[in-house]
Structures are given as C-alpha cells and as structure tokens.
Design a protein around this ligand. Structure first.
Ligand SMILES: Cc1cc2nc3c(=O)[nH]c(=O)nc-3n(C[C@H](O)[C@H](O)[C@H](O)COP(=O)(O)OP(=O)(O)OC[C@H]3O[C@@H](n4cnc5c(N)ncnc54)[C@H](O)[C@@H]3O)c2cc1C
Length: 398
C-alpha cells in the first residue's frame, strides 16, 4: 500500500529530518537552559556540535561536493525546520555557514576554496558576513562606506561593521566594501572581500546583546587591513549582485528555521493544554485557547507553503524576489504569532527563564528586522507588484 504524504520530499530528506528531530529532542532541548547561560561559543555548545558531526547530522546543506547531504533548497525545508526547533541550531548544526560555503563554491577561486572552504566544511573555521554599518541604515546598501582600495596587489580595507553574527568566534569575515569611486553606479561600486580575522588591523570592538542576551552579534573594525587581491569573491564591483544572491537563499534558510521554532511553540502550547495545570484550568474546553493554536497553525502552514514555493524557484534557477520576500515575512509572522500565543498560555511562567519561550520570543522579534526589515521588504515587494499591474497587466500566481 502506498503511503499518503502531503509533499514530495525525497526519502533522504525525510529520514534526515527524523534523525535531526530525535537529536534535538534527546540532546539539545534538555541542555537548552544550560546553553542559555553558557552561550553559543561555550564548551557545551562545541560538544553538541561534535556529537551532531559524529551522528552525520552536521552541515547537511553544505554543497554535496563538500560533505552536504541535500542539494535542493525545497527538500532542505523538512530538515531545516527540525534543526530550527531549537534556537541553538546554528552553532550546533552549522546551518548558516552553509550560506558561506555555497558562496565560496559559486564565486571563490580554487585557491580561495582551498584556504577558506575546506577548513569551513571540516569544522575547523567559522565564517561571518560583514555588511551592516553603524553610521547608516543597513536597509540602504548604497550608503556603505567601508572602503577597499587596491594598491600593489593588496586590498587595503577601512571601516566598521556591526551586528555581525559569529563575531565572538569567526576565523574569517566576508566584507561588503566600496571598491568603486563615489561616482560609480552602486551596481558596480561594491565588492565582497574575504578577511581572516587574524589579519593586522582587524579588531572585534565589542559584543552586542539583543533584548538582554548575547546571541553572538558584535561590532568589528578594519584599520588599514591588508589582504591579497585574490581574496576577492566573484568579480570586482559585483558586490550588490552577490549580496542579492546571498540574501535570496539566506532569507529562506532563516525562514525555515523560524517555522521550526513556531512549531516548537505549538508543541509547548499543546503540552500546557494537556498538562495537569492546563486540565485543571479546563483549557481543553475554552474556545479562546483553541484560537491560539489554530491561528498559529494557520500561520505556520501558510508560511511553509510559501517557503516551499519560493525555494522551488531558487532550485530551478529562477529565484523570484516577490515569492522569497513574502515567504520571509510569512515565516516571521508565524514565529511572532506562535511565540506570543505560547507566552500568553504559560502566563507569568512564559515570561520567565523557566521555559524556552522567552528565547524564542526574542528570536521572533529579531525576525522583523534581520535580513530586511518588514518595511523595506513591503516597500520592495509592493513596488514590484505595482509594476506587474501596470497597463492592465496582472501577476501570474501559477
Ligand atoms: C539577529 C541579527 C543578526 C544579524 N546578523 C548580521 C550579520 O551577520 N551581518 C550583518 O552585516 N548584519 C547583520 N544584522 C544586521 C541586519 O542586517 C540589519 O539590522 C538590517 O539589515 C536592518 O538594518 P538596520 O538595523 O541598520 O536598520 P535600518 O536600515 O536603520 O532600518 C531601521 C528601520 O527603518 C525603517 N525602514 C527601513 N527601510 C524602510 C523603508 N524602505 N520604508 C519604510 N521604513 C523603512 C524600518 O522601520 C526599519 O526597521 C543582524 C541583525 C540581527 C537583528
């Protein structure tokens, strides 16, 4: 008898998703309270990272040529949402460094791949991406002022970046810097350059906490940092195009993790409803409690399908900005709705450190700013939609 499944994911993705779920439930969730205190760069986090590696569950979205096990972004949804059920997934499963690995495979020379990609996929290096700057809005890359000048075969880099992930442990940073003169159009003015963090002139200025907790973001400065000309990723001046490609996949990877965390909130709500406390409060009989669950479920199911659609476009080589940005916003909405409802159902306990909900709620709030603020994305999607409807035209939903 054929088994009915709602989607066409590969057997590999299904079995990996199941294995990741089991790993998260068995090893990470019981350690979450400890991880909150110890942090992502702690021995405990490193130990769990090692265990994930030994279990064959680490770096699953690295390129297949470099140890990854899933090539399709759509297929990866099943695994990424299971990884995402814990807020510590990035450090333990190296989910987001897959993005740097993909960038190096697609745009790095053989030599760059040897030097930076090989150690990354072996777990011997940690990557970071420096785009946002303290002096102007990160939503406006045209204002980037970190500069890179090519003199005698060396890039000399000056500037500052902040809120960069992994600042506490990165071994190299891909920096988005201005390589063109002020009058060069923005689409030819920026470039991506790799900087090892042990280069003279590179400095971690400070770690920055978000809503009261350190999540690995920090500020870094570049003072006459010199790296060889060959550390350029892709073509000189192609930084904006590379940034766009990175954001397309990056937004969807994060969105997948967020729907995973949103699902965890539903599980937490379910646990509360069926707990002794929930039963004595007669939660099962209360329509307003049901509404919390239904609204969260609705948001999650919708976001998953939007992510699936957008990921399919990326896999096919036709990334669609409208689909990707709508999916990112839907995932953000799902985690915001689900974490808020979970917090409400748990009462005062939900606001405290006694449950994982406060951590998830914190991540939910960052989702409306990170990788493009709500307003920036609405602005961009809205403009594109208006173009579709110009001169009696329409948007092809199919
Ligand atoms: C958890 C987290 C991780 C991050 N990781 C990294 C990283 O690894 N590397 C990195 O470089 N950066 C990182 N960032 C920074 C992130 O990329 C920026 O926060 C984001 O791009 C927004 O830029 P900004 O914070 O400078 O806000 P701004 O651009 O100053 O925007 C502030 C506000 O202005 C308004 N606004 C902006 N654009 C519009 C518009 N078009 N219409 C109307 N209103 C608008 C919105 O209300 C917006 O929230 C991270 C941020 C967070 C929260």
């Amino acid at each position: 008898m054929t088994q009915y499944t709602k989607s066409n994911h590969s057997d590999t993705a299904r079995s990996l998703a199941q294995a990741v779920r089991q790993f998260v439930d068995t090893h990470i969730i019981p350690a979450e309270a400890e991880l909150v205190k110890a942090g992502e760069a702690s021995p405990l986090s490193n130990q769990l990272n090692l265990m994930a590696r030994e279990a064959g569950l680490w770096g699953l979205f690295y390129p297949l040529s470099h140890g990854g096990k899933i090539a399709s972004l759509e297929d990866y949804l099943l695994v990424a949402e299971q990884e995402g059920r814990t807020e510590f997934s990035h450090a333990i499963f190296s989910t987001h460094s897959a993005l740097d690995a993909q960038m190096l495979v697609n745009f790095g020379t053989e030599a760059l791949q040897q030097q930076f990609l090989q150690p990354l996929v072996k777990g011997l290096a940690v990557s970071a991406y420096g785009m946002t700057e303290p002096d102007h809005g990160g939503s406006f890359p045209s204002l980037i002022s970190t500069s890179a000048q090519l003199i005698n075969g060396q890039w000399t880099i000056n500037g500052r970046k902040w809120f960069v992930c992994n600042t506490d442990r990165a071994t190299f940073v891909t920096v988005l810097a201005r390589t063109g003169a002020p009058d060069v159009p923005i689409h030819q003015a920026l470039s991506m350059i790799i900087v090892p963090t042990n280069t003279a002139g590179f400095k971690v200025e400070r770690q920055l906490s978000l809503l009261g907790r350190h999540l690995g973001q920090g500020e870094m400065s570049f003072t006459n940092v010199q790296v060889p000309e060959s550390y350029l990723l892709g073509d000189c001046g192609a930084g904006i195009a590379l940034m766009g490609q990175r954001l397309n996949t990056g937004r969807l990877l994060r969105a997948m993790n967020w729907v995973g965390l949103a699902q965890r909130c539903c599980e937490l709500m379910g646990a509360r409803i069926h707990s002794e406390r929930g039963v004595s409060s007669r939660f099962l009989d209360k329509q307003l409690i049901r509404q919390h669950l239904v609204t969260a479920h609705h948001a999650i199911s919708s976001a998953r399908e939007l992510i699936r659609l957008a990921a399919r476009g990326v896999d096919a080589g036709y990334p669609n900005d409208v689909d990707i940005n709508i999916a990112k916003m839907a995932a953000s909405q799902a985690i915001c709705t689900a974490s808020d409802s979970a917090m409400q159902l748990y009462g005062a306990e939900g606001l405290s450190e006694l449950t994982p909900i406060e951590g998830i709620y914190r991540i939910a709030r960052t989702s409306r700013i990170l990788d493009g603020s709500d307003e920036a994305l609405i602005n961009s999607v809205g403009r594109k939609l208006m173009d579709y409807y110009q001169d009696g035209g329409y948007y092809h939903f199919d």
